[in-house]
Design a protein around this ligand. Structure first.
Ligand code: ADP
Ligand code: MG
Ligand code: ZN
Length: 575
């Protein structure tokens, strides 16, 4: 083929693409790499498309299916996703259908007949179907006639065993190229994690596939993270009250029980909220989801069971009342906000205990050693973003291999924090943990550090440990922050069985030995009147005596934690 002919063909393809884009989908122009992807697949190439949620992935397989002979077979993990897409396609005049467990046998037969007779352009199905003899025979017949336009593997991260959307049936899709070598495949996902990409490509046998990576930046998302004070509910409530009444929002919690309690608590405070988790009946989940999509200003308090396939463009915020378990998870969850391109908030409340809890889950799981290591790395990436003093967006995108300058739109950019050189304080804290036998929570340890001769301190003889009173120069709030960060970063862990006592981890050793330094973002309360000058603040934040109300609050907090340990034990986490 001469270069001239190739050029003519390119122009013809481009013209057909443009015409279909306008006529079928009603869009004036392609977005990002869509045109390139469509052309590549239309010519028969394999593709791996990595594009954030809302980026416009569907079009990347729907349009090539229209351009090629035969039916495009789309593998999709959720019935709701399939039905939404089929409805939208039909509305645009495209012959589309879905085969899934909810389709009656007669209807399924009619769909199969339509496919065999060449009357379908897009056929959605669940991955399980590709293991049924009946469906494979249909595909064999079509393939023999050259009547399969392409295979599209949507939500391809379902093949990824680390993700919470893992679907074993996706693994079988690796057989497609051997059985149907002539049919191009396109896999699409919003998973940005580099390790995940490699695994997805490998598991789907997409070795030759061209990769299309779009920036994962979500410019309309505003990122903020804050350390929880107490259980974080007061901060959450203040945040929710600042949100616009339109649209809706999601608050992610780690346990099922917590989503229900939180929904009740919010309703009592005049904020309409509904829980969503995998333990609710199918009917309740459906009903809550429908209301969330239809009504304005609803808050869904949810576990990560609420997520994939929620296509509500005007989700105005995603808040986390607990630290998620990876940066990837955090990115996916916050990515559900602002899909309409309008400003939206991502608000994370964290607590060192959450991190300690995740680490213990990893350690006590039945994962292989290298899997545990990977899980730790994924959590640490999130911890680095949370604990870091720099731009949040920069940290998030850096993890996904993108380099940007400070974004100017996150909490760190708008209210810069000063890194406080807290090595000395951290060592005193760790040392106090050690010298009191690794049996107490932060409240008691802070009493010891601040030389507060409480009844418990005196009874246990902790007014005689060598760090007693050594921390009197710092307010208790600052010590809370120090312990919180030591937990967050894994220098400390929690013995959940023994009244949540703080215990040292191997990571504490280099810090105790003086081989490592420890810096943290200066808490706002400690910042006033102290640590003058630019750069690293070496002066310790000035001590402020505890007010009676603060004292009472810490006491309440301590009692609350104890009660939690006794009544709930370990919360029921949801995968
Ligand atoms: P993804 O699967 O990547 O999350 P979708 O395919 O569901 O995203 O598309 C998200 C939204 O973007 C849809 O409302 C879709 O109509 C819209 N969209 C896709 N491509 C274009 C385009 N080229 N121009 C305008 N809107 C588009
Ligand atoms: Mg999609
Ligand atoms: Zn920023």
């Amino acid at each position: 083929m001469s270069a001239l002919v190739a050029e003519e063909e390119d122009a013809a393809l481009a013209a057909r693409m443009q015409a279909l884009l306008a006529r079928v989908f009603g869009h004036a122009r392609f977005r990002g790499p869509q045109a390139e992807i469509v052309a590549h697949v239309a010519r028969g190439g394999d593709a791996l498309v990595l594009m954030p949620t809302g980026g416009g992935k569907s079009l990347c397989y729907q349009l090539p299916a229209l351009l090629r002979e035969g039916v495009g077979v789309v593998i999709s993990p959720l019935i709701a996703l399939m039905e939404d897409q089929v409805a939208a396609l039909r509305e645009n005049g495209v012959a589309a259908a879905a085969l899934h467990s909810g389709v009656a046998p007669e209807a399924a037969e009619a769909i199969e007949r339509a496919a065999r007779e060449g009357r379908l352009k897009l056929l959605y199905c669940a991955p399980e179907r590709l293991q049924t003899r009946r469906f494979l025979e249909l595909l064999d017949v079509l393939a023999a006639q050259g009547a399969i336009a392409l295979f599209a593997i949507d939500e391809a991260h379902c093949v990824w065993q680390w993700g919470h959307d893992f679907r074993p049936d996706y693994l079988h899709l690796a057989m497609l190229p051997a059985r149907y070598p002539e049919v191009p495949r396109i896999a699409l996902t919003a998973t940005a994690d580099a390790a995940a990409r490699e695994e997805i490509a490998a598991r789907l046998a997409l070795h030759e596939a061209r990769r299309f990576v779009t920036s994962f930046d979500r410019p309309n998302l505003f990122y903020a993270a804050e350390r929880k004070r107490g259980d974080g509910r007061a901060q959450l409530l203040a945040f929710l009250r600042r949100q616009p009444p339109e649209g809706g929002g999601i608050v992610y919690c780690l346990s099922r029980g917590k989503t229900e309690k939180l929904a009740r608590w919010l309703n009592e405070r005049g904020i309409p909220a509904l829980p969503y988790h995998a333990g609710l009946t199918h009917e309740v989940r459906e009903r809550h989801q429908r209301r969330f999509l239809a009504e304005d200003g609803l808050v869904m308090t949810a576990t990560i069971a609420f997520g994939m396939g929620i296509d509500k463009p005007d989700v105005r915020f995603v808040a986390h009342l607990d630290l998620p378990r990876s940066l990837e998870g955090y990115y996916q969850e916050t990515g559900r906000a602002g899909r309409d391109g309008e400003p939206a908030q991502a608000y994370l409340l964290w607590d060192g205990e959450d991190a300690a809890w995740h680490r213990q889950l990893i350690e006590t799981s039945d994962m292989l050693p290298e899997q545990k290591e990977m899980a730790h790395r994924r959590l640490d990436a999130l911890v680095d973003m949370v604990a870091g003093t720099g731009c949040r967006r920069q940290a998030i995108l850096a993890y996904f291999g993108e380099t940007i300058g400070p974004c100017g739109r996150c909490d760190r950019c708008l209210a810069p924090v000063r890194p406080w050189e807290a090595t000395d304080a951290a060592r005193k804290a760790l040392s106090t943990v050690y010298r009191t036998g690794q049996r107490y929570g932060a409240a008691h340890l802070i009493d010891v550090l601040r030389g507060h001769a409480s009844e418990a301190v005196v009874r246990r003889g902790h007014d005689r440990v060598s760090t007693y009173g050594l921390g009197v120069d710092l307010p208790a709030e600052t010590w809370q922050a120090v312990f919180g960060e030591l937990l967050l970063r894994g220098h400390l862990s929690i013995d959940f069985e023994r009244h949540r006592a703080l215990v040292l981890t191997p990571r504490a050793r280099p810090l105790l030995r003086g081989e490592e330094t420890f810096a943290l973002a200066l808490p706002r309360t400690a910042a006033k009147g102290s640590a003058r000058g630019a750069g690293m603040a070496s002066a310790a934040p000035a001590a402020e005596p505890l007010s009676p109300s603060e004292q009472a609050r810490f006491e309440r907090l301590r009692r609350w934690r104890l009660r939690q340990a006794q009544t709930e034990g370990v919360p029921a986490y949801v995968i």
